[in-house]
Design a protein around this ligand. Sequence first.
Ligand code: GLU
Length: 482
Amino acid sequence: MSVRVRIAPSPTGYLHVGTARTALFNYLFARHNDGTFILRSDDTDQARSTDEFKQDILDHMRWLGLEWDEGIEVGGPHGSYRQSDRYDRYREVAMQLVESGDAYFSFVTSEQLDDFKKKAREAGTSPAYDGSLEPARSEVPRAMLDNGGPVIRFKVPRPGTTRFTDMVRGEVEFDHAQVDDFVIMRSDNTPTYHLASTVDDVDYGITHVIRGEDILSSTPKHILLAKAMGAEPAEYAHLSLLMGPDGKKLSKRHGDTAMSAYRDAGHLPEALVNYLGLLGWSPGEDETVVDLATMIARFDGTGISKNPAIFDATKLEWMNGVYIREMDAAEFAETSRPWVEADLGRSLTDDERSTLEALMPLIQERTKLLSEVPDQARFLFEAPTEYDDKAWSKVMATDEGPVALDGAVEALNGVDDWSTEAIDAALRGMLEEHELSARKGFQPIRVALTGTTVSPPLFESIEVLGRDETLSRIAVARARLA
Ligand code: GLU
């Protein structure tokens, strides 16, 4: 039997990092087994679902590289993969379940139910609703039918137990005394999550349901429903939820939870996939940097931890730096270019692209996020139009400032072969000649070239910038100083 898994986000929010991690686990399991990865949209909450959220989810799934084989936008043998298009199907199943005696029209009011649960708790018996308050059909008050009609409830077999083997949690057991006769159709004829989700899983032939632990208590309902539909229930894996570094459920308090925030901050999708993949799953050995192909090769559904996984944005940034350093210069230049161009407000010419590539090895070492590149690369394409105030007063408008700039011009004019080594030797000679420390002698040059005291390594930067541009920027700063 071929593996079929799905991710079923509700378009009621942006793609959450926790959903992305669940999607990744499904994706890895599908790819490992040469199976099918399906994306469907659980959009039954019409009031809170928006197209913007739907689009955000699809965009970021694709950005992460989690391409789906069937589902929204790509299609497949099961129609639209959007729950809001399948209401007729859910009604059909609900009516079949009523006919087979597995479900019933329920007239109990919410007040009656509250009262029932309260009494059960007081008496120390099970508070799960068992259908015992339903009036005989002939006694159903007219007003109740007029008020939008009854809901449909699933008739949970009592006494009874639902057992299953969870791929993460092992043997799991739910006594039906704890499971309500749950609503499958609301009085307005819309399906509940339990019905829509199970009908989809059955109709789409889902073999493994890999999802968050928050839904574990619903799983006996889904198993009962699937069986009543005459289907073999799927295998289940309930993943522990993501926690913040303080051990509490991951939320906005811990920083951003929307995938878009990480993309906008300059994270690489490969680094995110690596980081998310190892949140609660061990690839077998004690490794932290594992590429997608390796994850796919090893993700056989074992090694998933029951313990909560900590999402730590600082570690994620570190991992991003690892991926940045692993890129070759051309790749890093191409990946960074959109950031640099957005910063400059224009496209780079072919020559400028080569210049950027030449600088890349210098800044890769110190970069964790793509968003840091423009600040380091800007000086290559734009002479400073102003100077950082503090840098100017502390470094340039000093006794040593003019000495260093004049000395640099003289030293650089004497460099024949414009290489990092020759520039290095000439400028160090200048320090000696004028008895300047490296800080006092080099910082003014840095400020003249970049406008600030922070830049990639100086000699290499001078080489990449070129002789004319370097001397011209020093002259501009020197003139301002005079
Ligand atoms: N729509 C549900 C969610 O976003 C999916 C739950 C499931 O995988 O069954 O949490």
